[in-house]
Design a protein. Structure first.
Length: 313
């Protein structure tokens, strides 16, 4: 048991040393690793020995304002927040003490960031980190949307392979679109729950999305293909459900119109590019059965590559 503990500590210190010398513009690489799916998994498996937050360290001290407000409330002292803390949609909150906790009356305490420059606040991320996360969300969205019209290049072969009409074969496209229409009704509210957040729906559903690409490319009956097409984009829909909200988590109101425009443009580029990719695959196929299988393998390859790019470091 002692040897295992020493090995974990050695592994933890080695990773921390490597990450400490790998610098990212404006921030330490450690933060990027810690916030990734791999980092969070290692954090759980090693019981917070790897990918730690400042609060996990033994020498962490709670800032003075929080220590003061942690004491019992003195009825003779008024520590409530002055003014209207709710503000309005146009001007934002009216709380002038954003960098410290305040009592909002009674036993209610408003807890904010440690300071206005708290690096844990996504709005204080470096431009490099914001750009990196923005590209990940864009590539994630692109990889899901490209699967819609990529299917249309193989519709002729689906008609002949499964002996169905062209109208019935078009269900593969329709069900895919329905999937990313239904999915956001579930995943969008889930991403707003603090205990869940954005990343778990992104990572878990996209893992299922990539896995489902395998049976979709190998299925031997038309009914199974249609079910899988629906499930594919149902599990790929969190990018549509919360992609824009994720940008709002670290960009301000001035940048958001431009960011959303670029994100929407990238999403629209997916179906346009898929027609080109699908037809190119059809031209290089050797037989009708190979056409359908290889078209779906292009789909699988693009999603798998994007998965490792977006969710690993």
């Amino acid at each position: 048991m002692q040897n295992r503990k020493k090995k974990l500590e050695l592994l933890s210190s080695s990773i921390k040393y490597v990450l400490s010398i790998l610098q990212f513009p404006g921030r330490n690489m450690h933060d990027l690793f810690r916030d990734s799916a791999v980092g969070q998994a290692l954090r759980v498996l090693t019981r917070k020995r790897i990918a730690t937050y400042p609060e996990d360290t033994a020498d962490f001290e709670l800032p003075a304002p929080y220590l003061q407000l942690n004491r019992p409330l003195d009825a003779s002292t008024d520590n409530s927040v002055p003014g209207d803390v709710d503000g309005d949609l146009e001007n934002g909150p009216n709380n002038n003490n954003q960098g410290s906790p305040q009592r909002a009356g009674g036993d209610i305490m408003l807890v904010t960031w440690y300071s206005d420059t708290d690096p844990a606040n996504p709005h204080n991320w470096s431009p490099g980190k914001k750009l990196w996360v923005s590209v990940l969300i864009l590539v994630y969205t692109f990889s899901v949307y490209i699967g819609s019209s990529l299917y249309t290049a193989s519709e002729t072969d689906i008609v002949s392979i499964f002996n169905v009409s062209e109208v019935v074969a078009a269900l593969g496209l329709s069900l895919y679109v329905i999937g990313y229409g239904v999915g956001p009704m579930l995943f969008s509210p889930l991403s707003e729950i603090p205990a869940i957040g954005r990343n778990p729906p992104y990572v878990l559903t996209y893992a299922l999305f990539v896995i489902l690409c395998v049976p979709t490319s190998l299925v031997k009956n038309f009914g199974g293909l249609m079910i899988l097409r629906f499930l594919l984009d149902f599990f790929g829909s969190p990018c549509l459900a919360a992609g824009g909200a994720s940008y709002g988590d670290f960009y301000g109101g001035k940048e958001m119109p431009y960011v959303i425009a670029l994100w929407g443009g990238g999403a629209t580029l997916g179906p346009v590019s898929s027609s080109v990719a699908g037809n190119a695959d059809i031209q290089t196929s050797l037989s009708n059965s190979a056409k359908y299988t290889l078209t779906e393998h292009v789909n699988l390859g693009s999603r798998s590559s994007c998965w490792w790019l977006c969710r690993s470091i």
